[in-house]
Design a protein around this ligand. Sequence first.
Ligand SMILES: C[S@@+](CC[C@H](N)C(=O)[O-])C[C@H]1O[C@@H](n2cnc3c(N)ncnc32)[C@H](O)[C@@H]1O
Length: 225
Amino acid sequence: MIDWDKYPLPDRFRHHLSANNYFSLKELKHEPFNYPPLYENVDWKKYFADGKPPKYIDIGCGFGWFVMDYSTQVDENVLGIEVREKAVGYAESVIKSEKLENMAIFWYSVVNGLDFIEKDSIKKIFYFFPDPWFKKKHYKRRAFDIEFLKFCYEVIENGGELLLQTDIEEVQQYHLDTLAEFGKFDYRVVGLDEPWDYPTTNKEKDCIKNSYQYYRIIATKNVRG
Ligand SMILES: C[S@@+](CC[C@H](N)C(=O)[O-])C[C@H]1O[C@@H](n2cnc3c(N)ncnc32)[C@H](O)[C@@H]1O
């Protein structure tokens, strides 16, 4: 585990971004200033010491505390994806200082899909505590929709998992409804008293400290026949 006290957060961190960043480039008329780059034909040698592609992805990893801790527990490569550039800069500096050779982070808006990831290759995708976007007019900023499930399903290997956590009951229900509509994953709600062999995310620590309820789902890709 990493000693996070060594890595204080950058000053004056802006939490909210231009709305454009939550829309895919193909939905926008023009490429906005400072839109996160797209990726294709990634040369994984540039990102991981063994040159192999990732086996684990954390979508919306924020400052990367969870995913960097997780990378110290597994041997295969781990990729964080985050739309806020400053958070990515922070995570990159930690990756460098801690010499995390199986860890990389992309400044990227996941609404552009996961075409740069090989199909049927990923063991686990983590999607933890997404921004809830409560107002109906902001629902479109949620990355999680049928399209999102489609591209996650494509890249996850048979038997692999999409793991979800949220502290908002309404968002949990939205995730369940969207999984039901998509129809291809086997999924179940996981109780907080059930085994969960992952580092605690910051948001989760907050919930535990304040005794807030939070919710989990594991969706598994089981290809039959
Ligand atoms: C509430 S934070 C949760 C961070 C972390 N997963 C955790 O559990 O502590 C949600 C994160 O998702 C990121 N995010 C939102 N939309 C995104 C998108 N389209 N692509 C990539 N990251 C996104 C936000 O910038 C933010 O860092």
